[in-house]
Design a binder for this molecule. Structure first.
Ligand SMILES: N[C@@H](CCC(=O)N[C@@H](CS)C(=O)NCC(=O)O)C(=O)O
Length: 230
């Protein structure tokens, strides 16, 4: 059975959605990143990057959410576009666009808005601008078609759902108004039974995660605060 190393954060939740959509049997294993579980040697053997999510499928280990989505889609043959060079090129382009753009810029935007000890105007504007620019590109695409790759719901939509459903947190409450087509897609995905089950894994398995962002949590997740390298 697939072991799914997770927390309730955006990147693990898109993999939870895919696992639930495929119906593959899996065992969720909590990784409490606020307690530093991600740095334990046993976990680093699965994900040397010390982040969630990752999966172990027998002796196959996969880390990074987009890689896991691709792995599960190829394993099951589900939630992929129709087979053609053109579709595969679109799939790869949008998967990488999300993992190298949407995810990191949204994450940094949240970090500088909510967690940075000082409010640095330049960083706030830079990350907010880039996050919005990326969502704007997605919005223009979704104004013309139902899903990211056309008429079919695929892993690209799931990949987007991970971060985009948190737009009010990443960009501010008012920003949904700017991206009505993206909101339409995210609402549609959130209403799916698989998405509801994904977001309820914690409760279903009675897993608890630390919620306080105290010194232990900051040491585990924001290691740069304690190590000056620049
Ligand atoms: N590129 C990675 C990023 C993973 C990532 O940043 N995960 C966050 C949760 S969304 C995490 O593990 N945070 C804890 C930490 O940074 O220590 C992916 O897409 O899986």
């Amino acid at each position: 059975m697939i072991k799914f190393y997770y927390s309730g954060a955006p990147n693990p939740m898109k993999v939870a959605l895919m696992l639930e959509e495929t119906g593959l049997p899996y065992e969720p294993v909590p990784v409490d990143t606020r307690k530093g579980d991600q740095h334990k040697p046993d976990y680093l053997a699965i994900n040397p990057n010390a982040k969630v999510p990752s999966i172990a499928d027998g002796d196959v280990k996969v880390f990074d959410s987009s890689a896991i989505l691709m792995y599960l889609a190829e394993k099951t043959g589900k939630f992929l576009p129709p087979k053609s060079d053109k579709s595969r090129a679109e799939l790869l382009s949008w998967m990488f666009f999300i993992s190298s753009g949407v995810g990191p810029f949204s994450g940094q935007s949240v970090h500088f808005r909510n967690y940075a000890p000082e409010k640095i105007e330049y960083a706030l504007n830079r990350y907010m601008y880039e996050a919005q620019r990326h969502y704007g590109i997605v919005e223009a695409r979704l104004a013309k078609q139902k899903y990211m790759l056309g008429d079919t719901y695929t892993i690209v939509d799931m990949n987007l759902w991970g971060w985009a459903r948190l737009i009010p947190n990443a960009l501010g409450e008012t920003y949904w108004a700017k991206f009505p087509n993206l909101k339409r897609l995210i609402d549609e995905i959130s209403a799916r039974d698989a998405a509801k089950r994904a977001l309820a894994i914690k409760e279903k398995h009675k897993h608890t995660f630390k919620t306080e962002l105290d010194d232990e949590a900051k040491r585990a997740m924001f290691r740069h605060m304690h190590e000056k390298v620049a």
